[in-house]
Design a protein around this ligand. Structure first.
Ligand SMILES: N[C@H](CCC[C@H](N)C(=O)O)C(=O)O
Length: 293
C-alpha cells in the first residue's frame, strides 16, 4: 500500500493544474491514478506537474508533465508557474531551476507575485517539431482544413517549445472559429507524428496577439503557456510582431519576451485553489483540513 503524496490543485490563467509532490518517492503516478483524478470534478485537470527528486543527486528537481488523456508532455508553461508558486510558498525561495524531458528551465517569482519562466530556445526545424515530411520553411507549411477552395484555417506556422505547436493566423475574432471541431482533426493530422497543440492567433498590434488553443492531450483549455510562446516567436519570425508581445488568452494575459540570446521568457500569474493528498497508484485523494477562513 503506497503512502499518500501531497498535491495542490492550482491553475495558470484557468489552465487546470495539479502540482503533485513526488519528492522522496521511488514511484511515479500511475496512468489509472491520473484517470481517476481527472474523473472527479473537484480534481479534474488539464495537466499534472509531478515534482520528482533530481535524476542525478545534487542537480535540479525533475518535473514530469502528464496531460489529462494520460500522455506525457515535454513542456507546460502554465504548470511551471504553478510549480514555482507552490515551492516559493513552501521554501521562501524565489529563484528555481528544474529539469524536464526537454531540458533545464530557470524560473523566478517576482515581488508582485508574477512568475517568469525561461522556457528555453524555440526549435523550428521540421524534424524538431516534428513533422512527418520535410518543410524547409516552417514559418508557413501547407496544411489546411475546411472546403478545398475555401479553407477555414490554412498555412500555419509551426514551432516547438519542447512540445509541438501549430499556429493558424486569422483576421477575425479567434472566438468565431469552431476550434472544438477543427482542433482534434488537426491535433491528430498525420503531418504531426507526435500530434500537436493547435492554436488560432489574431495579431492585434506590433506587440499584441490574441490566442485560443486546442491542446494536445487535453483539448480546449483557458490558456496554454507554451502555445503563447510558440505563437509569439512565430509572429516575430513572420514579421507580424516584434520579439516582446502581450498574449491575450481566454483566461488572461501572458507577457512573452523572445530575448536576443534566443531564450523565450514567459511571465504571468499562478493561483492556488486547495491542497490535499492522493495515492499515486489509485488516484484516491482527500482534501487537507479545511483552511480556517
Ligand atoms: N498539452 C501540451 C502540454 C501542456 C501545455 C500547456 N498547458 C502549457 O501551459 O504550456 C502538450 O501535450 O504538448
Amino acid at each position: 500500500m503506497s503512502t499518500n503524496a501531497p498535491f495542490a490543485k492550482m491553475n495558470g490563467l484557468g489552465n487546470e493544474i495539479i502540482v503533485a509532490d513526488m519528492r522522496g518517492r521511488a514511484d511515479r503516478i500511475a496512468p489509472k491514478a491520473a484517470v481517476a483524478l481527472n474523473a472527479d470534478p473537484a480534481t479534474k485537470f488539464d495537466q499534472i506537474m509531478a515534482i520528482h527528486d533530481p535524476r542525478t543527486p545534487g542537480t535540479a528537481n525533475y518535473i514530469e508533465i502528464i496531460n489529462c488523456d494520460g500522455s506525457m508532455a515535454q513542456a507546460c508553461g502554465n504548470g511551471m508557474r504553478c510549480v514555482v508558486q507552490a515551492l516559493a510558498a513552501e521554501t521562501g525561495e524565489k529563484i528555481f531551476t528544474f529539469e524536464t524531458i526537454a531540458g533545464i528551465l530557470n524560473a523566478e517569482e517576482h515581488e508582485d507575485g508574477l512568475i517568469s519562466v525561461d522556457m528555453g530556445e524555440p526549435r523550428f526545424g521540421w524534424q524538431e517539431i516534428p513533422l512527418a515530411e520535410e518543410f524547409r520553411d516552417t514559418r508557413m507549411i501547407e496544411l489546411q482544413i475546411g472546403p478545398i477552395d475555401a479553407p477555414v484555417l490554412h498555412s500555419p506556422s509551426v514551432a516547438s517549445m519542447g512540445n509541438p505547436h501549430a499556429i493558424f493566423w486569422v483576421d477575425q475574432d479567434v472566438w468565431s472559429y469552431d476550434l472544438e471541431r477543427f482542433g482534434p482533426l488537426l491535433e491528430n493530422h498525420p503531418i504531426f507524428p507526435e500530434r500537436a497543440n493547435i492554436s488560432i492567433a489574431q495579431v492585434t498590434s506590433r506587440d499584441a496577439l490574441t490566442l485560443r488553443t486546442w491542446e494536445r492531450g487535453a483539448g480546449l483549455t483557458r490558456a496554454c503557456g507554451s502555445a503563447a510562446c510558440a505563437a509569439a516567436v512565430s509572429a516575430a519570425r513572420t514579421n507580424r510582431t516584434g520579439r516582446q508581445v502581450t498574449v491575450t488568452l481566454p483566461g488572461g494575459l501572458l507577457a512573452i519576451d523572445w530575448r536576443e540570446d534566443d531564450h523565450v521568457v514567459m511571465t504571468g500569474p499562478a493561483e492556488w485553489e486547495f491542497s490535499g493528498s492522493f495515492d499515486p497508484a489509485t488516484g484516491l485523494w482527500r482534501r487537507d483540513r479545511q483552511d480556517v477562513a
